[in-house]
Design a protein around this ligand. Structure first.
Ligand code: GN1
Ligand code: MG
Length: 370
């Protein structure tokens, strides 16, 4: 087998597959957290995705595996019952030779192997607006399919993951510590965040007051976590289930807008390229509402634009915090990467604020009773 780190990867693969069938294993995709590889086997065998799960981020690994196993089994059964093809429409975990869904090596590293979905593509940026409609529909349907999943069986694997006020506090602690000595260079960014402290409470306060329901959510609904059929452009499958937890529907909606309706990249350096595409926002609103099929409450619908703003602000806060702490959380390609990411998120927040009325009008157009 050929690979960049042969012995190490092969050892993990051997837990799942006969050694002689593995041909190559190479880095795949561009996630910020786990290590992901595409595994090619001898003629006739399917290809696989091998992942080493980042246990610095996912400290409760057993809970994470439990969540992923339960949800994939549930979706597999549901898709089968609806006459779909579970091997293409959900993530399929390949068991180890001794029948487990995850493998722990001698160093305690946790590995999983899943079926690679052939003839599929995923996008880092929207190519056709219609794709964004499809992705909204997919995440809406994903919520719909899990609506009767017993949410109390899921563990909150990263506590307070989208608790924006707590993310704000974490940033303030990083400022206090100033581990790298960068604080004086990011005064403008910090002012930007501080001026929006009240906003960070918008959703969590409503949750506490019982005005927004807790649901099963994906929590990382970026466009590149959706696989499309290469041939007919249809949405196939929602992937990256690591952060499935109880959460708010507006967070799933909002993270999609943050990533997919940005006219620039998440790490765009030229901030003049960063803006909210109202056209894409509208496509996604339509898709998400079609996918959810009337299951959202009035309060959830009213809060959709706020979900988009909150997720963008929060993500910027997280990037900035990580920058101040020495980029220990998100994978980076160069030293300023997290700062660049934070700036582009804040530029997007500012543009959403400029377009706030239009965002609300778009939601009202599809939900006239609001
Ligand atoms: C991380 O690894 P990836 O790209 O799927 C992060 C998300 C962020 C995202 C920003 C567990 O996701 O929360 O929104 O980067 N995942 C975790 O691109 O922290
Ligand atoms: Mg991902």
């Amino acid at each position: 087998m050929q690979s960049e780190n042969e012995g190490y990867l092969l050892k993990a693969l051997k837990a799942f597959l006969p050694e002689e069938t593995v041909k190559s294993c190479s880095r795949f995709g561009n996630g910020h957290i786990n290590d992901t590889y595409l595994v090619t086997c001898t003629e006739g065998a399917p290809r696989y995705i091998l992942q080493r799960i980042n246990q610095d981020v996912f400290q409760n690994i057993d809970a994470l595996n439990h969540n992923v196993e339960r949800v994939t089994e549930f979706l597999h059964d549901k898709i089968t019952a609806q006459g779909g093809d579970p091997n293409r429409e959900t993530v399929v975990l390949i068991p180890t030779k001794d029948g487990r869904k995850h493998y722990f090596d001698e160093q305690g590293e946790c590995w999983r192997l899943t079926l690679y979905i052939e003839d599929s593509v995923c996008y880092d940026q929207v190519e056709k607006p219609e794709d964004f409609y499809q992705s909204g529909k997919a995440f809406g349907q994903f919520q719909g399919m899990l609506a009767d999943f017993p949410a109390d069986e899921l563990v909150e694997t990263i506590p307070d993951f989208h608790d924006t006020p707590k993310r704000f506090q974490a940033l303030m602690r990083a400022v206090e510590t100033d581990r790298m000595g960068y604080v004086s260079a990011v005064r403008d960014e910090l002012d930007f965040v501080r001026r929006r402290e009240a906003d960070t409470h918008a959703a969590m306060d409503m949750l506490k007051r019982g005005e927004l329901p807790l649901r099963v959510t994906h929590n990382d609904t970026k466009l590149n976590n959706i696989m499309f059929d290469e041939k007919d452009g249809r949405v196939l499958c929602v992937v990256d289930l690591d952060t499935i937890m109880p959460g708010l529907s507006i967070f799933d909606f909002g993270d999609s807008i943050r990533f997919g309706a940005n006219t620039g990249a998440e790490d765009e350096q030229d901030l003049s390229k960063v803006s909210l595409s109202l056209e894409l926002f509208e496509y996604y609103v339509r898709g998400f509402l079609d996918g959810c099929g009337g299951s959202l409450t009035k309060a959830e619908l009213q809060m959709l634009p706020m979900g988009a703003k909150l997720m963008t602000l929060e993500c910027g806060i997280r990037f900035l915090t990580d920058y101040l702490e020495g980029s220990v959380y998100f994978k980076t390609a160069y030293p300023e990467h997290n700062l660049v990411r934070a700036r582009s998120q804040f530029a997007l927040v500012a543009d959403m604020e400029r377009k706030w009325d239009e965002m609300q009008k778009i939601v009202e157009k599809y939900v006239p009773e609001l």
